[in-house]
Design a protein around this ligand. Sequence first.
Ligand code: SAH
Length: 254
Amino acid sequence: MSGRLAVVGLGPGDARWLTREAEAAIAAAAALYGYGPYLDRVPSRPGQARHPSDNREEAARAAAALRHAAEGASVAVVSGGDPGVFAMAAAVCAEIEAGPQAWRTLDVVIVPGVTAMLAVAARAGAPLGHDFCALSLSDNLKPWELIERRLDAAAGVGFVIALYNPISRARPWQLGAAFERLRQRLPASTPVMFGRAVGRPDENVVVTTLEGADPATADMATLIIVGSSETRAIARPGRAPLVYTPRAVQGASA
Ligand code: SAH
């Protein structure tokens, strides 16, 4: 019997943002693998095995899930947000590429989810209404100089920038350095959005400007969107501003 491995996106937190395909893939699995807090979000079913692991053990978790599936089991690996965005799907692919030939015969299914960037954007308005990019600020898996080059390039050509993994105890200064860098290329008034734990009970969304952006506002559960020079905030009485990036850039032939 050939096994099955589903890599399932849970969305950012709100159960209403879990797709029906994700729900079905979780229910169908005989065993679940994932970072402990993500597994805790998934309802348990009698007879279903759970294998929580630490945040940093992505390669080992992927390999363990693949070994289990190769025994013929139906296994699901869960991921926050979308599994293909800075998450488990690429870790699973890397293990398959490096692993035994038998892993290539497994039925592998990636189940997409709502990524944090989309959830934060929706709370703020429509900041991703025109061209944008996403960057992980973590220099665990790439050199900081490369992150700086990418920030410069992205801001320089007018992309709105979504920053994942903005800060952690082991990476305390990188976000401040990133803001400093962006201030050299973008107007001080550029809208900046901090979305923390979006879709969870402790959600907090703050809209500020590049000039006012304070790295201390962010933690590991925060996604930051830095606008482009086209992005604007519409002030509204008694309500948070509505931030959007127009669909046409200035100078476009309409
Ligand atoms: N696969 C995930 C991203 C994993 S990287 C996804 O698609 O969303 C982890 C980073 O995602 C965090 O550091 C944070 O920047 C962001 N993130 C994840 N969940 C979030 C949430 N509920 N609210 C805000 N940011 C979140």
